[in-house]
Design a binder for this molecule. Structure first.
Ligand SMILES: Nc1ncnc2c1ncn2[C@@H]1O[C@H](COP(=O)(O)OP(=O)(O)OP(=O)(O)O)[C@@H](O)[C@H]1O
Length: 339
């Protein structure tokens, strides 16, 4: 549905050339939600703007629905763009137009007749739950309601793809959740494929099927959301994961505990979440497991449990216990103390 092939984007600035995006490949299948996460300056906005060619890539190709968009002449490019909706952090609503007109004006500009415009505006206002606000102006709405209007405006063009540029970054946590629920609903019920960029791991957690972690213009790690949360490999990914669950223990504490055993992070996913494996370990081996931290994270496609345990015992028994857990589908990671 959306394919970015070896996309690079350079900007010329006073201080020389900035490589904002460097050889990025992305493949979003129809009906999926993919998320790009990265810190400020990682290149996310530039990348997402390359998808609808608001930014022309210096190198690489963009395919939308199998059609190569990068080399299309403007009229053909407009046709492709009409199939791509976009929402933004700042909502981009017309302040002097009512909610109704904010959705209707772009449709009129696209040449739809009065009846079609009315039908679509009413349909999408209902989907976003704002039918009663059609006569309000943007400054009479909350941030969450403004984003709902922007979503209705994007949907009214009946796109196949929705691009979301930090759509929840200006919203409080509760409103963020309600907007994420809405995005899930339109993905599920209207079958719209979504590519989003964010710096918030909870956005990835709640709605993404697949994740790309970006740093300095490059994708440094990519995986399904479940695998990324279970087996993160890059330091930046781990830092993002730490923002939603307390995964770090003080290194001095780990060093002290490592003297009498091993401090290990166990990650449970799928079938292993339901089994009393830690109890079994203490019965089968001469080890005493002491739970230091534990949490459960619900993702779009499953549940991941994290437990950090101190396995107290002699080395060979500790190793055998860890091997037993791994054999039963538990991810394990030895935590290093202070060197
Ligand atoms: N028009 C431009 N001219 C020159 N440099 C630019 C331009 N746009 C972006 N950049 C540079 O490209 C790099 C990536 O910027 P970009 O805005 O894509 O990152 P980002 O991950 O979206 O960050 P943020 O979340 O802060 O917007 C930065 O170093 C930025 O300064």
């Amino acid at each position: 549905m959306i394919v970015l092939e070896n996309i690079s984007k350079e900007f010329k600035s006073k201080n020389g050339i900035v490589k904002a995006v460097n050889n990025v490949n992305i493949h979003v299948k129809k009906g999926e939600i993919h998320g790009v996460i990265g810190y400020s300056g990682a290149g996310k906005s530039t990348l997402i703007r390359c998808v609808n060619l608001l930014e022309k890539p210096t190198e690489g190709k963009v395919f939308i629905n199998g059609k190569e968009a990068t080399s299309l002449p403007l009229p053909k490019l407009r046709e492709v763009r009409n199939k791509i909706g976009m929402i933004f952090q700042g909502f981009n609503l017309l302040k002097t137009a009512t909610v109704y007109d904010n959705i209707a004006i772009p449709l009129k500009l696209l040449g739809y007749d009065q009846t079609e415009v009315k039908t679509r505006v009413n349909k999408y206002l209902e989907i976003v739950g704002l039918t009663d606000k059609h006569n309000n102006y943007p400054n009479q709405l909350s941030g969450g309601q403004k984003q709902r209007v922007a979503i209705a405006r994007a949907l009214a063009q009946e796109p196949e793809v929705l691009l979301s540029d930090e759509a929840t970054s200006a919203l409080d946590p509760e409103t963020t959740d309600s907007i994420l629920e809405l995005l899930l609903k339109i993905n599920r019920e209207l079958g719209i494929t979504i590519l989003l960029i964010t710096h918030e791991m909870n956005v990835i957690q709640k709605i993404c099927d697949y994740v790309y972690v970006m740093e300095n213009g490059e994708v440094v790690e990519q995986n399904s959301a479940i695998n990324l949360f279970t087996k993160p490999s890059h330091t930046t990914t781990k830092k993002f994961l730490n923002t939603i669950s307390q995964r770090n223990l003080p290194p001095t504490l780990i060093s002290q505990l490592n003297v009498s055993g091993a401090v290990t992070r166990l990650t449970f996913v799928g079938e292993s979440t339901g089994k009393p494996l830690i109890a079994e370990v203490s019965q089968k081996f001469n080890v005493q497991p002491n739970i230091l931290t534990a949490n459960i994270i619900e993702l779009k496609n499953g549940i991941v449990g994290n437990i950090v345990i101190h396995l107290i015992g002699v080395q060979d028994q500790v190793n055998a216990a860890i091997k037993f857990l791994e054999d039963h589908g538990v991810g394990t990671e030895d935590l290093e103390g202070q060197s």
